[in-house]
Design a protein around this ligand. Structure first.
Ligand SMILES: Nc1nc2c(ncn2[C@@H]2O[C@H](COP(=O)(O)OP(=O)(O)OP(=O)(O)O)[C@@H](O)[C@H]2O)c(=O)[nH]1
Length: 841
């Protein structure tokens, strides 16, 4: 009947059914897809595999997970729960119901096979504080085989090391059974516990699944007895031989009804249990013992390291591990903060700004940046081991200070150089303004050091508290050095100005005094020196009072000025002594060639040249004796006497001298130290010899002049010659007197002879001796005579042609000679004898 009814479905209805079925299928597939993708997303987002089935730690996955769940911000306020138990004992089911996680569960309809491989982690949803839960691979699984318990042990140790609460999932029917599946597991837990040296208590929560009618009150003692037995049976190190189980674990027992059979009840019980995980880290909570907790930001690294140690099968020293994690994490945090500081905009701007000049408020700005960086470090590293944290903070501080100190120094450097420049300007201004040197130096130094101190305060970095006194000291030293250098320059300027004054006041007058050297010369020089030195010293002393000089330095400067004045005189004396011969010669000439009225002498023949020469030489001797030694101190010497005796009276006492030693044959004067000697006795002698030789000519000239004068005044021949002339030439004289024609012939002969004398330049021809004169004369006599005759004849014909009257242009001596001759002939013709013309010729 039913078949019939089914057969009676019309084709249209059949099509409708088909299409409805297809639509439903499509909706189901879409739903299935969206559900599966949601699960996938949740798994990806909120859970991760920490360790895979092969025992590899998923570093990136865990770090990504930590970032996503923002565990790093939790500090110590987080808890870790792990679950272990036999394979397919409903662990994932329990966790998903308890913490609203998405661990993969086994499909109940497929049979019991392994679903969780390795260790998985997820964040418990809606539980405060942040609670992470780890689902461990089931123990005694068929997949690994009975003998492969290595991973089981390693994962158990990992769970114990990392977690605050360990849930141990066990079937209710296993309690009290000798061959129960949980026994090896517990043994493993207790065994690995011995390798942890954990300083904290872990909560072991036994979750009894598929609770029977037997009440928990009856089951719990049996279970605790079992646990105790296992604890007792586990071999322990000597130190923990007698240690009770309660020292290491808080044992909690809960029982749940079967999820499969009494799901509602199961969920109710699980919901109740969930409440116990809220605020689990509070004292007395399930994770109340916080002693061994690693700060959340170090969790990933800590877990990695723990797994590494476990894999290497080494003992896990959790306190040491904690220090190690703290070391690594604090280091990381410090590095992060350091890098953040370097890359911060504010620091870059500040660093850039200090390159160009001082920055106002530098100290506060840098202090604030450093403070921010260190505070951030503190807040992030606060939960790590205090010792490690502080040491890393110190290290970070050092690094930051090391980085920032050059900027601070640069600011102080700018401040120092800027202050120094300002000081220099102000100091110069003050000096130019007429302020006394010492006062200006004191005032400027005080005010600019104060200005530096102000800037120094502004650049002071409180946190670093750098000792930058060296900049202040350096500025102080620079200012001092500048003041000293300016003082040296000013003093040198002052000294040289007084030296110039002294030079002007002494050099000229001293030279003039030496020029008129006499007995009073050195006395006058001494007086002049004293007077000028006193003036200069008093002036300089007054000028020096403006400087901050001690008496000793002042005294030295004044002494040096006095010495300078003395030096000027001495130098002048040396200079004059160097040209004593010239001066002597000048003086000799002056005395010899001028009379007592300074009128030039004319050597008439009546002068006593010897006496004049002696007087002049005495004057010159005075000069050399004055210049022979420096006499700037009072005292007498016998230089003049010795010189006079040795040089002037030499001739008169020649006989005596030949028997006595020469007083000038020495290089020192008696009573005159060598330092004050300008001309030594032996030099005097040599200079005198030079002087007398060089003045000899003047004397000779004078004598010659005197002789010539005498001769010119006496032009008549001697009387005997006149008498002889009259006697011998009487006949000729009478002949000429009787016949005047002879007189005319003699006169013409005289003219011709005179013309030849002029024409032939007889005196010039004999200039180079008699023989050359005769030879030259013999060659030029005939042509000259001929030339003379010819010219005379030309002169004779000149009046005949008017053109000949024009003056003929002659050049050279011949024309002049011709003119002379013509003049003479004209004179002869006019009968006038021109003795004047002869003289000119
Ligand atoms: N009898 C019983 N079965 C349960 C209970 N809870 C879950 N199951 C079933 O046990 C099977 C395994 O569940 P899972 O939660 O995957 O077990 P597991 O321990 O996580 O398994 P592995 O991860 O493979 O070790 C599933 O078929 C669940 O339906 C329970 O309370 N009682």
């Amino acid at each position: 009947m039913e078949d019939n009814e089914e057969l009676q479905i019309s084709p249209q209805n059949r099509f409708k059914f088909l299409s409805i079925r297809l639509s439903l299928k499509w909706i189901a597939s879409v739903l299935e897809l969206s559900v599966s993708s949601k699960i996938q997303w949740d798994v990806e987002c909120c859970s991760t595999q920490v360790i895979d089935g092969d025992g590899s730690f998923n570093v990136t996955g865990v770090e990504q997970f930590i970032k996503e769940v923002k565990l790093g911000e939790c500090g110590l306020s987080y808890a870790v729960v792990a679950i272990m138990g036999p394979q397919s004992s409903g662990k994932s089911t329990l966790l998903n119901n308890l913490f609203y996680t998405n661990f993969r569960e086994m499909d109940a309809f497929r049979g019991r096979s392994q679903t969780t491989k390795g260790i998985w982690m997820a964040k418990c949803s809606g539980i405060e504080p942040c609670t992470l839960v780890m689902d461990l691979e089931g123990t005694d699984g068929r997949e690994r085989g009975e003998d492969d318990t290595a991973f089981e042990k390693q994962s158990a140790l990992f769970a114990l090391a990392v977690s605050d609460i360990v849930l141990i999932n066990m079937w209710c029917h296993d309690i009290g059974r000798e061959q129960a599946a949980n026994k090896p597991l517990l043994k493993t837990v207790f065994q690995v516990m011995m390798r942890l040296f954990s300083p904290r208590k872990t909560t072991l929560m036994f979750v009894i699944r598929d609770k029977t009618r037997t009440p928990l009150e009856n089951l719990e003692p049996v279970l605790r007895e079992d646990i105790q037995k296992i604890w007792d049976s586990v071999p322990k190190p000597q130190a923990h031989k007698e240690t009770p189980l309660s020292e290491f674990f808080n044992v909690e027992v809960v029982a749940l009804n079967s999820f499969e059979e009494k799901e509602e009840l199961f969920k109710e019980q699980v919901a109740k249990l969930r409440q116990r995980f809220f605020h689990s880290i509070a004292p007395g909570g399930l994770a109340g013992d916080r002693r061994g907790v690693v700060p959340a930001s170090g969790f990933s690294f800590s877990a990695q390291e723990i797994w590494k140690v476990i894999k290497e099968n080494k003992d896990l020293d959790l306190p040491a591990h904690k220090v190690m994690v703290a070391t690594v994490r604090c280091e990381e945090i410090a590095n992060e903060k350091y890098l953040a500081f370097i890359e911060s905009e504010s620091w870059r701007e500040l660093e850039e700004a200090v390159k160009t000049g001082p920055v106002s408020g530098f100290g506060k700005k840098l202090n604030s940046l450093l403070h921010t960086s260190l505070s951030e470090y503190d807040s992030e590293a606060t939960f790590f081991d205090e010792g490690v944290r502080s040491s890393k903070k110190i290290h970070l501080k050092e690094k930051l200070f090391h980085l920032a100190q050059p900027a601070h120094q640069s600011v102080l450097g700018h401040l120092r150089s800027g202050t120094l420049e300002k000081f220099k300007e102000a100091f110069e201004k003050a000096l130019n303004g007429g302020e006394k040197f010492a006062v200006a130096a004191r005032n400027c130094t005080a005010s600019y050091m104060a200005l530096f101190d102000e800037g120094y305060e502004d650049a002071f970095v409180e946190l670093a508290n750098w000792d930058s006194s060296k900049f202040r000291d350096k500025l102080g030293r620079d200012i001092e050095a500048h003041v000293a250098s300016v003082q040296v320059a000013k003093l040198s300027e002052l000294t040289s100005s007084y030296q110039t004054k002294l030079n002007e006041a002494l050099a000229g007058p001293v030279e003039a005094l030496f020029d008129g050297a006499n007995n009073e010369t050195w006395l006058s020089i001494r007086n002049l020196l004293k007077c000028e030195t006193e003036t200069a010293v008093s002036g300089m002393s007054k000028a020096l009072s403006g400087f901050d000089l001690d008496e000793n330095a002042k005294g030295k400067m004044l002494t040096s000025l006095k010495d300078y004045a003395r030096g000027v005189v001495e130098a002048k004396a040396k200079e004059e002594a160097g040209r004593v011969v010239i001066r002597m010669k000048d003086r000799f000439t002056a005395l010899f060639s001028h009379d007592s009225d300074s009128m030039p002498r004319i050597w008439t023949g009546n002068e006593d040249i010897r006496a004049i020469t002696r007087t002049a030489r005495t004057g010159c001797l005075k000069l050399i004796s004055v210049m022979a030694a420096i006499r700037l101190e009072d005292g007498v010497d016998n230089i003049e006497k010795i010189l006079s005796a040795a040089l002037l009276d030499a001739n008169s006492s020649a006989a005596t001298k030949s028997t006595m030693a020469d007083p000038l044959a020495t290089s020192t004067w008696e009573q005159v130290p060598p330092a004050r000697t300008l001309i030594t006795p032996v030099q005097c002698k040599s200079l005198w010899r030079q002087f007398t030789t060089e003045t000899e000519y003047t004397v000779t000239q004078a004598i010659s002049a005197q002789e010539a004068n005498r001769r010119s005044n006496n032009w008549l021949p001697p009387p005997w010659a006149i008498v002889a002339l009259l006697i011998l030439g009487f006949n000729e004289f009478m002949t000429v007197l009787r016949n005047p024609f002879y007189l005319a012939i003699i006169f013409v002969g005289y003219l011709v002879a005179k013309a030849l004398w002029v024409q032939l330049d007889i005196s010039g021809q004999f200039r180079y001796g008699v023989l050359p004169g005769l030879i030259s004369l013999s060659t030029s006599l005939i042509p000259t005579v001929m030339d003379l005759i010819q010219k005379l004849s030309e002169q004779g014909q000149a009046p005949a042609t008017p053109t000949n009257r024009l003056p003929r242009i002659k050049t050279g001596a011949s024309s002049r000679k011709f003119e002379n001759v013509s003049t003479m002939s004209s004179n002869a013709s006019s009968g006038v004898t021109s003795s004047h013309s002869d003289k000119e010729e």
